[in-house]
Design a protein around this ligand. Structure first.
Ligand SMILES: NC(=O)c1ccc[n+]([C@@H]2O[C@H](COP(=O)([O-])OP(=O)(O)OC[C@H]3O[C@@H](n4cnc5c(N)ncnc54)[C@H](OP(=O)(O)O)[C@@H]3O)[C@@H](O)[C@H]2O)c1
Length: 333
């Protein structure tokens, strides 16, 4: 790595007053960690976790200055690993990228070789980022649900936070895999779009706020992918049909929820944890191949908008307040 060279990055700094600022800076290559693979980033996706990191959330990023960005796709420029060579098209999502390792909101990333996935055939660098951690998380959720017996014939699957990144990719993926999807969203103006990408019905997310504390409710869905957490997750579990699986992916409403054991011991409901960040490489490669093959989401062109590196800071608060729709992709090449 030529340390005389510089590159452009979004840098978040912590001031002496403990306030955080973010700006696009021209930084030395020495700002990057000493990884095994140096990648020229072509696209990066904006995620909820990036907005937390950019706002100084110490549970995500312990020390600053820092560059967020948990998702990047690009071309290998230097490699000390025999698994990759200059010119290879690759994807890096999750692990520690963008958390405590300088992330994808920059022209370069430098990472360990075992974080790097070769771009599967049948997928472009842009498509890989429209899918990104969000689509990978949805794929991991569906994979775990099917391992636990979920089948399209069991009935409809609910997706909460459906207009968000993980939610919209989950709607799309489930539809493509043969499931009938109910999309729960707070944005009724996006119901037509949710139907276009695969939802059969849409419901207002307020319907998922429990109205009473009955331990079980009338069965309304055969399974669910939940990105919201809190009382929404409690409600989803109480109204899940017999032997259905509910994949818990997120916490945009709350990380805490209250529930009795009745959905589990009377209805056999499975509550499944989804941790995309630490997925072992073999399963990671398998799911990326599925996402470029028979699980490839349709309508990817309708699911994102492209922005520049300079525009990223303007989206961080919108993400935290749940106002964004689909995927926002920064174009960096
Ligand atoms: N487990 C994993 O491996 C993994 C991987 C990626 C992300 N995540 C987590 O998944 C969650 C979603 O991430 P994302 O990137 O998809 O975020 P996002 O694009 O910001 O989408 C979140 C969506 O949740 C809904 N929402 C927001 N605030 C809400 C509230 N107070 N109550 C109910 N619904 C609310 C909104 O959708 P509607 O307006 O349509 O309701 C919003 O668009 C986050 O918690 C993130 O940390 C987990």
């Amino acid at each position: 790595m030529d340390s005389a060279k510089t590159y452009k990055a979004l840098v978040v700094r912590e001031g002496d007053d403990k306030r955080f600022s973010k700006a696009i800076e021209e930084v030395s290559m020495d700002f990057l960690p000493k990884g095994e693979v140096l990648i020229r980033v072509h696209y990066a996706a904006l995620n909820y976790k990036d907005a937390l990191s950019a706002s100084g959330h110490k549970g995500i990023t312990k020390s600053y200055p820092h560059t967020p960005g948990v998702d990047a796709s690009g071309i290998v420029e230097e490699s000390q690993s025999s698994d990759f060579k200059e010119g290879d098209k690759v994807i890096v999502t999750s692990y520690d990228l963008g958390m405590n390792t300088k992330g994808g909101f920059a022209e370069y990333i430098s990472v360990p070789a075992h974080w790097v996935v070769p771009l599967p055939s049948g997928m472009s660098l842009l498509e890989a980022m429209v899918i990104g951690t969000a689509g990978f998380t949805a794929a991991l959720a569906l994979h775990k649900m099917e391992l636990n017996g979920q089948k399209p014939s069991m009935g409809e699957i609910l997706v909460s936070g459906a207009s968000g990144g993980v939610g919209s990719l989950a709607v799309n993926l489930l539809h493509g895999a043969g499931y009938t999807v109910i999309a729960s969203s707070g944005k009724s103006e996006y119901y037509p779009w949710l139907k276009k990408i695969g939802a059969k019905h849409c419901i207002n997310r307020e319907e998922l706020i429990p109205q009473d504390d009955r331990p079980l409710m009338r069965s309304r869905w055969a399974g669910a992918i939940d990105t919201v957490g809190g009382e929404t997750l409690s409600s989803i579990l109480r109204a899940c049909g017999r032997n259905g699986s509910v994949a818990s992916c997120g916490l945009v409403r709350s990380p805490f929820f209250e529930i009795s054991v009745y959905p589990f011991i009377l209805n056999g409901v499975n509550l499944l944890g989804v941790d995309s960040a630490e997925t072992p490489l073999s399963l990671r490669r398998h799911l990326w191949n599925e996402l470029s093959g028979h699980w490839k989401p349709g309508n990817l062109e309708d699911m994102h908008k492209e922005v520049s590196l300079e525009e990223i800071p303007g989206y961080m608060n919108d993400i935290l307040s749940g106002e964004t729709v689909g995927r926002i992709i920064a174009s960096l090449a």
